[in-house]
Design a binder for this molecule. Structure first.
Ligand code: GLN
Length: 495
């Protein structure tokens, strides 16, 4: 007897669809039904059943004609930071509450080109700023009010952020896969909090075209799914140069990231930064990470200690640089070209001011103010320039560490998911929780999170960081671990 459709994953669904055991329309209807049944989780912000079914029927026609892409008919949902022609594109903000894009993001277009069917758009922190998905400002699909996204492992807890809706959709089996974006950890941390697998590739691998910009030197798209095997398939479809549309997209051809999934880990040197397993890590998280490292040793890997001495500095560095870039990127939302415009104003200056006061939420305003401050004359050298220098040193620290190891491992986050409201609106409490994801983001390195156990009832994610272009190796390390363990197969009760 085969598993229910929603527990099959991308690879298994693609096989079933290609063998015509199930149609794309059946698969789409199945997931649309689950999305509706579990809309109290608030994972989705927009759903359009007819638009989804139209794509599914097109996939069925392509399959029947033998002209289908490798992922034909497999459903996926997109973080609402990617613009899409069929669904509104809000970035979780009142500013863009009714915005419809005239084009699709490159990543969306590429996944559709591989035959994937869009299930809808997923909740996220406003403009991807947040670590808990509590900063979303638009209502969830089927719910009247704005609602925080709920973690299916414990509905009173956050799913992580900013790709919280993406992580919940996969963890609750409302979608076999989702896109996410990671500026400072927003793929890895929610994947960790929800017990799924996610990977952020090397900066520049995936096009940023049509990804609503937060901090352009850091923003990077990636897949979130149950397994490393699924992530490899998705990443292969998402990446590749986009020279005409994203000047920072790298001129490296698309790769088959599945090619070395099964390679042996014999002799692999796993570097564990001593700063990643110290005092600040919850004991239950540390225990799960230690057990995972022991498993790797059984698989033939060798554990070595490395150091990333500027780990803690990554917090101030990131929150200066990301805010600086955000303040510049978000200046485009002024009521003229995009989204919301205040209804009443007496002149142009007041139109700008009221539009932005009404359209942006508190966290976004905070970042714009910090960003404007650190870029201002007189403070630029003290903050922005200094942060740029330390960013370079953080990147150099990784290169030093990679002399002694092939892959770096540690926790994705110091704790498991916290309770909704637990940080009581204290933004710094959220910022501190990013300490283990920020360093790889600042260095532009690929990183992933792999389920590796539980602390109490909540999942723990093992973070794996590779050197530039090391995605295939990371996915290999994750896949072998998943062949030997079954943490990634655990599902929250009732899903
Ligand atoms: N939590 C970080 C922030 O709030 C990272 C967000 C992200 O990666 N998009 O900026």
């Amino acid at each position: 007897m085969s598993a229910p459709l929603h527990h099959r994953g991308v690879a298994a669904l693609a096989r079933a669809l290609a063998a015509r055991e199930v149609s794309a329309e059946e698969a789409a209807r199945h997931f649309l039904g689950r999305m509706k049944a579990h809309q109290d989780l608030a994972a989705f912000v927009s759903v359009d059943e007819e638009a989804t079914l139209a794509q599914a029927r097109a996939a069925d026609a392509a399959l029947a004609a033998g002209k289908a892409g490798p992922l034909a008919g497999v459903p996926i949902a997109h973080k609402d930071i990617f613009v899409t022609t069929g669904w509104p594109s809000t970035a979780g903000s009142r500013m863009l509450a009714d915005y419809r894009s005239p084009f699709d993001a490159t990543v969306v277009r590429k996944l559709a080109g591989a035959g994937m069917v869009t299930l809808g758009k997923l909740s996220c922190d406003e403009f991807a700023m947040g670590s808990a998905n509590e900063n979303v400002a638009v209502p969830a699909a089927g719910l009247d009010a704005v609602s925080p996204v709920r973690n299916p492992w414990d509905r009173e807890r956050v799913p992580g952020g900013s790709s919280g809706g993406s992580a919940v959709a996969v963890a609750a089996a409302l979608a076999p896969a989702a896109t996410g974006t990671d500026t400072g950890g927003s793929i890895r941390q929610p994947a960790s909090f929800c017990g799924i697998t996610g990977i952020k590739p090397t900066y520049g691998r995936a096009s940023r075209y049509g990804m609503i910009a937060f901090a352009s030197s850091l923003d990077q798209a990636g897949p979130m799914a149950r397994s490393a095997e699924d992530c490899a398939l998705l990443l292969s479809a998402m990446c590749g140069p986009d020279p005409d549309r994203d000047s920072t997209s790298l001129d490296v051809p698309a790769e088959d990231f599945s090619r070395q999934l099964h390679a042996s880990l014999e002799g692999l040197r796993i570097g564990v930064p001593k700063e990643f397993v110290g005092e600040g890590v919850a004991p239950g998280v540390r225990a799960a990470i230690e057990a995972a490292l022991a498993e790797y040793e059984k698989l033939g890997a060798r554990r070595v200690e490395v150091s990333l001495p500027r780990t803690e500095l990554s917090i101030p560095v990131y929150y200066i640089l990301a805010a600086a870039e955000a303040s510049s990127n978000l200046s485009r939302f002024d009521g003229v070209k995009f989204g919301h415009r205040a209804a009443q104003y007496k002149d142009l200056a007041e139109m700008y001011a009221k539009t932005r006061a009404e359209g942006f939420g508190d966290e976004v305003k905070r970042r714009i103010m910090i960003g404007t401050y650190v870029l201002s004359h007189g403070y630029y050298d003290a903050y922005y320039l200094q942060a740029q220098k330390v960013r370079r040193m953080i990147a150099d620290d990784f290169q030093q560490a990679f002399r002694d190891c092939d892959v770096i491992a540690g926790p994705a986050a110091p704790t498991v998911a916290w309770k909704i409201g637990e940080h009581g609106g204290d933004p710094v409490a959220d910022y501190l929780a990013d300490v283990f994801t920020l360093p790889a983001s600042l260095a532009g390195l690929p990183g992933m999170s792999v389920p590796c156990g539980f602390d109490g009832s909540m999942p723990v994610g093992l973070q794996l960081i590779g050197n530039y272009f090391g995605e295939a190796k990371l996915l290999n390390a994750a896949h072998r671990f998943q062949q030997a363990t079954d943490w990634h197969r655990k599902t929250p009760e009732g899903f």
